[in-house]
Every structure is written in C-alpha cells, then in structure tokens.
Design a protein around this ligand. Structure first.
Ligand code: ZN
Ligand code: ZN
Ligand code: FE
Length: 739
C-alpha cells in the first residue's frame, strides 16, 4: 500500500522482474499494487529488497504484505490491466512539477516534444487535478478526449519506456493545445503572452490547478492596475521566476528554503527580500518577505525560456490566483473568461480540462524545518500517515481557511485549501471537494466530526449529512482539534501533552470565544489549564477587521493614544459598547491581542486583509531585543494589562516601534513559558494561526527548550485552521475506539 499508482511503479516492478528472470505479473488494484511472482528464493529476496530500496521518485510504499502461493504455470512476467474494483484505498499522487528529463526533452530541438507545453512522464505531470475517478487510468481522467497518436501510444504500451502508462501522455500531434485570446494579432500563443506582459498587460494564464493572473513584476503600473481590477488593496502578490539563480537576486534563501522552492511540490515560499531586491513595493507593501515560486508546469517554463534575449532583464512575473478578491479560483475556460473578463486583458488557454481547481501551496522555513501554511497543489491528496487506525471519518474543519479530512486505516487525506466558507461559491466548492474525495478514496464516513461552533457552515453541513446518512456526529472543541492535529502529524501517542494554542477565534466550552489557551490534552479529552484574561470583542467579527476596536478593549481605564483617521464619534460609540457589553462577547484570543498592540502603537488601525495588523507587528519587531514588559498570572489567567501600560510608557518616552514590538514578543514568550512551568508535563505542542509568526515561534520554542520542554510544531499541515480537520478526525477516532 502507498502511493503506487500513476508513478511508474508497475514498469519499475516489471524491470526488476525481467532483470532477475522472474515470472509472474503485476497489476494495480484498488488497494495498491499486487505482484504475483515466482522463482528461486534467493532471487525473490533480491527482488523484494530492490523493490523497497529503489522505488521511483514519486512512489511511497507504506506497507507490504507477503503471501505464499502454490506455484502455477506462467511463461513470462507481465503487466496486467487495472482491475476496476469497488473498494479503493490506493493513493493518488499530487500534481508534480516537470522532471529534469522532460524539461531536457522540451528544450532539445531534435526532440519531437521540443517546445511542447504539456510534456510529462510517469515521474511528473498533472495527477489529482485531472483525475475524475479511480482506478487511475486514462479513461478516468480529463485526458480521455485526446486519442494517443502512434508514437505516444507505443511509449504508453512499452513497459521499458519512461512514459509507460503515463496517463496524461501527449505530444503536439495528439495532445492538448494552447490558445491565446483575443486571437486577432497572430503569432504563437506563448510569444503573444510574453509580448502582452511586456506591454504592461494582465494575462490570465491557465496553470495546473487553475488560472493565474499574471503581469510583469518589474512594472509598478501594471501591478497597481492589477490591484485595482482585482479589488485587492495590499495583500501580497506571489512572484514567479524562471529558476533558483533568479530567485537569489531578489531574496535571501536558506538551505531549507532552497529545497522547498525546487521541490516537486513547487509551493510559493515566503522568503526574506534582499535589501537590493529592486522589485516594486506594490507587490508586497511594507512586507519584508516575498512569496516566491518557480515554474510548476512546462508551460510556465516555456514562458521564461522563450522570453526574448533582447529583453534587458529576465522575466519576473506577478502570479496571483485568478479570482476576484475572496472568491474561489477560476479553473474552467468559459467560467474564467467570464469571471475574469474585467481583470485580464488577455487569456492564455488550453484544452486540457482541469477537473479539480486547486490553489498554489504556501510554505516557509519555520526554524529550520519546512512548514506548510497553505496546503494545496503539489501536496493534496498525499495522505498523512498516522500511527493509529481509524474508521471511515469525515471531518469538516472550521469555516476559515477550510480543508476537510477523510480517514481510513492509518491514512488521513486532507483536501486542498478550500478558502473561507463565507460565500455561496466557497460553500459549493466545499461540497464538491467532499463528495469527490469520498469517491476517489472510497471512503463512506461512519462518523462525521465538526467544530463546536453551531453556526459554522461546516458544522451545519456535518449535522445535515450525519442525519441524512444516519452516522454519528461528533463536535470537537476548536483548540483541542488544533492540538490533536499537531500531536497526530508528529506521531505522538495518546498521552497527555501541554498544548499552547494561539489563534484568532474558536468557540469554547463555556460559549465564550477562546484563542489564547494552554490546554492539557490527549486525543480524547482536554482541560483548559491557562488562558489569556478575557476582554470584550467589540462588534464581534468587526473587531478582527478593525484592530483599533481591540485597542479600546485593552485600554479600558487607561489613557488612550490618538487613533489617526478614526472619527471620534465612532470611538465613543465603541467605548460605550464595551462599557455596556453590547455586542461585545468576551474573548481570550491571542490574535486579537496582537491586533490591539498593532493599533495601540499606531502601526495598523484597520486591516485591508486578514491578519495584516499582526503580520506588520511581527515584521517591524526587533528580533534581537532582549527587554520585556510586566505581566501577571492570576490563577489560570495570564493578564497583559501591565504590558499595555508599559507600552504606553515606552510610546511616551519615544522608544522606537521595533524595540516595543520586540519587547512585546518577548513578554508573550515569557508569560507562556512561566505558565507551562507550573504544569507537570514536559511535552508541548504549538498550534494555531499565530504560529505562522516566525519570530514568535522561534522565540517560544527556544524559551521552552531552554526550560527542558520538548516542543512539537507543525510541518505537514498548517498551524492555522487549515490543519484543524486532521485534529477533529484524530479525536473522533480515539473517542470511538476507546468505547
Ligand atoms: Zn517527466
Ligand atoms: Zn502523440
Ligand atoms: Fe483556529
């Protein structure tokens, strides 16, 4: 079992069998691959060890099972046709960036696929995005409409060929083709695209998982134009460059970051901008980091490769997802041309249908360890292998940064990032993803897990499915799920750990809003050991969008600094809401504490995208600062009132913002470390959206380790709500199995 289909595993088995002169057959089944083999014992032993040690690059062998059979008559070793079985737990590979061999062929004038934008082989190419059903065979993919030409067909049928049973196999003659729209100017689609980009135009480019909106990243005017048309004020844009040498001209790149950039998954990697970066500020305003990626499809490579050498600089592209502000990504030609018509000046299209739309993944170097912040293209649907068995479970996650999780045996499959479930489009992509993944992995949920929040779309969906399918519904507390998710991906046993969960919002068992929690938890139960002292959340969700509201909540009874640009009537009104408790539920959220500090020091009063105030606070903070502010621990409550007073004093004495920010980070770290020391447990899991903050994660991890704690962080799944479904599933599985 493992990822053994569509990754060249059968030809690999065939080659070893031939070289060892063994007889039998290999075939894909819905549970993996079955090999029937006979020959001398010593050769069989050699066969087995080669199988395990030299598997193809994309194959993941999770388990093998050996059964002895009586010998039967066979004359050769053959690859048998896939069996269409009802049960299917064989895994489907994610979409993989073109391999070096394919790129070499694409660039070689004498090769028949010279310049062909859809070149692929069993080691690379589209997978998850083109698969409609299982077992993974060409008729079950969107490639079914392209009939293989003679040469492609010969490759496809030859067990010794790199393209043996490569389902998306294609060439210029028989495969998908590019199209440029509007088509009036003439010229080849790639050249027309490069030409449009060079003239400051915005081009919608169809990639692996959907459309990107692209423009020349050196052209400040084009970038401003894209922001205006896409209605995206300040949220950073991602940038694509041709290769890692180019990337090094703009950003400093660590070893871990280099590996992430060039990995087959090809995520957007958050990299520190160089001082001499030189790209327009409009790409990522006031941001020390740049989201950078390398080409993830042959088409992208051709854009960079074919850029005329007469250009003064190599091509650098802004590549942002093809959508209007918060809508899901467009991935179908007609739909994209309609939805993006007022944003894009032109379209680079092709006729290979994308069956499942999927965003770019985002990853970063988190204290020397690669960490996924948004899990999508390249990662989905690679299962997360857990050290315990699970029944069939569907966990529906939370409403922000939603991803669902399906489990079976020791595998947990997370869906791609599905966005915030706050509009009809996102909700319907949630429903589609759920039923598609259930079908692909043949999972018929016996248990549905969801968040404790009754009003989440994901919770209501879980409730209705559990009723209509008559299966058990389990509601899991948000922060408990965060911790279980961290425990599960770190292979921790079902024993109590300390969990520090710092995030924006999650409903607690007392119906207040939690988010700055120290829990003592295992996979079944948890206890709230400590938390931030709750403050009012004036205006509910509005408070997350307008950090100055949180500043007021934290500044009760203190002298307030001026909030530039916020009308005084509005301030008075919110003050009154806080005093009278009108629409101001109590919250212990740590995300909101970061917001408050950001507003108090005048850094950001109103967010133009989620998390902006906290991100900017991290970015201005001096990581070398050693100072701290006062705080107090009162029973299970961690109170930062004295911290706020200290910050006001510092502002008065004209202490710089980087120093204040650095001291604030140190204070949080000290308070949490001190709280953990009062609890008798040496393992700490860190989870929640605040741990996207590198400075906080780095400092807290070090501080806890200095005190003798073993610290576990996220790597495979995001620390934010994108990883929460995994925790929900782990908890549901343990509770059910313990009964
Ligand atoms: Zn390849
Ligand atoms: Zn062909
Ligand atoms: Fe959360």
């Amino acid at each position: 079992m493992g990822t053994v289909q569509g990754v060249g595993f059968r030809p690999f088995v065939y080659r070893i069998a031939l070289s060892l002169e063994l007889l039998g057959s290999v075939c894909n089944t819905s549970d993996g691959v079955t090999i029937d083999i006979q020959g001398p014992a010593s050769k069989l032993k050699k066969f087995r060890s080669t199988l395990l040690s030299e598997a193809p690059p994309l194959a993941r062998i999770q388990s093998t099972e050996v059964t002895e059979l009586p010998t039967h008559e066979v004359k050769s070793f053959t690859i048998r046709q896939s069996k269409s079985l009802a049960s299917s737990s064989a895994q489907i590979s994610p979409d993989i960036a073109p391999c070096d061999e394919c790129l070499g062929e694409m660039r070689s004038k004498s090769n028949r696929r010279f310049g062909y934008p859809f070149i692929n082989c069993t080691n690379c190419g589209p997978r998850f995005t083109i698969i409609e059903s299982v077992p993974y065979d060409r008729p079950a993919t969107t490639m079914k409409t392209f009939e293989l030409c003679e040469e492609c067909s010969t490759e496809y049928d030859d067990p010794l060929d790199r393209r043996f049973h490569a389902q998306p196999n294609a060439c210029e003659i028989c495969g998908p083709k590019l199209r440029f729209f509007p088509s009036d100017q003439g010229g080849k689609p790639i050249e027309q695209t490069i030409d449009s980009l060079a003239h400051g135009k915005i081009v919608a480019i169809k990639g692996v998982g959907g459309f990107h909106l692209a423009c020349n990243a050196r052209d400040g005017k084009a970038i401003a134009n894209l922001r205006k048309r896409k209605m995206r004020d300040e949220k950073p844009f991602a940038v694509m460059v041709g290769n890692i040498e180019e990337a090094k001209k703009f950003c400093n790149i660590s070893e871990t970051e280099g590996k992430l950039l060039t990995s087959a998954q090809r995520p957007i990697v958050l990299l520190r901008k160089r001082d001499d970066c030189g790209l327009p500020e409009g790409i990522a305003p006031r941001n020390k980091y740049l989201g950078l990626m390398l080409p993830s499809s042959p088409l992208h490579h051709l854009l960079f490769h074919n850029c005329p050498t007469s250009n003064p600089y190599p091509l650098v592209l802004v590549m942002t997802s093809g959508n209007l502000s918060d809508e899901p990504l467009a991935f179908e030609d007609e739909e994209a041309m309609e939805r993006l018509q007022n944003i894009a000046d032109a379209f680079l299209l092709h006729d290979r249908k994308i069956n499942v739309g999927i965003d770019d993944s985002i990853a970063r170097d988190m204290v020397g360890r690669p960490a996924v912040m948004r899990r999508a293209r390249g990662y989905t649907p690679e299962p997360i292998h857990l050290n315990f068995n699970m029944p069939h479970i569907l966990a529906t996650g939370a409403d922000m940064k939603n991803a669902i999780c399906l489990t079976k045996g020791q595998n947990a499959v997370l869906s791609q990032h599905l966005g915030n479930l706050e509009n009809a489009e996102s909700c319907s992509s949630f429903e589609n993803a759920t039923s598609h993944m259930e079908k692909l992995f043949d999972i018929k949920p016996e248990i549905i897990a969801c968040d404790l929040h009754p009003d989440y779309f994901s919770s209501r969906y879980a409730e209705s499915i559990s009723k209509s399918k008559d299966c058990k519904l389990m509601r899991v507390q948000h922060h408990h799920a965060h911790i279980a998710s961290c425990m599960a991906e770190n292979d921790l046993p079902n024993e109590k750990v300390l969990g520090i969960v710092l995030d924006g919002t999650g409903i607690g068992t007392d119906d207040t809003i939690w988010g700055g929690e120290i829990l003592v938890a295992d996979y079944e139960t948890f206890m709230r050991a400590a938390h931030l002292t709750p403050v009012p959340l004036p205006g509910g969700d509005m408070a997350a969008r307008e950090p100055w509201r949180m500043a007021l909540a934290y500044l009760r009874g203190m002298k307030k600094p001026a909030f530039k640009g916020i009308p005084s009537e509005k301030i008075e009104l919110v003050d009154e809401m806080i005093e009278k408790g009108i629409n101001s539920p109590m919250t212990s959220s740590c995300g909101r504490l970061f917001d408050a500090i950001s507003a108090i020091i005048g850094l950001r009063l109103v967010n133009s995208f989620e998390g902006q105030a906290a991100i900017e606070l991290e970015q201005i903070s001096d990581g070398d600062e050693n100072g701290t502010y006062n705080f107090s621990i009162e029973g299970s409550r961690i109170n930062f009132s004295a911290t706020i007073e200290g910050i006001l004093e510092d502002l008065n004495s004209k202490i710089t913002l980087p120093t204040i920010g650095g001291k604030f980070h140190n204070t949080i770290v000290e308070a949490l470390t001190k709280s953990c020391k009062t609890i008798n447990n040496s393992k700490v899991c860190l989870s929640g959206g605040c741990f996207q903050n590198l400075l906080l994660t780095q400092k807290l991890k070090k501080s806890l380790e200095d005190e003798g704690f073993t610290v576990y962080t996220h790597s495979l799944v995001p620390p934010n709500d994108g990883g929460i479904a995994l925790g929900q599933a782990a908890i549901a599985a343990h509770i059910v199995l313990s009964k």
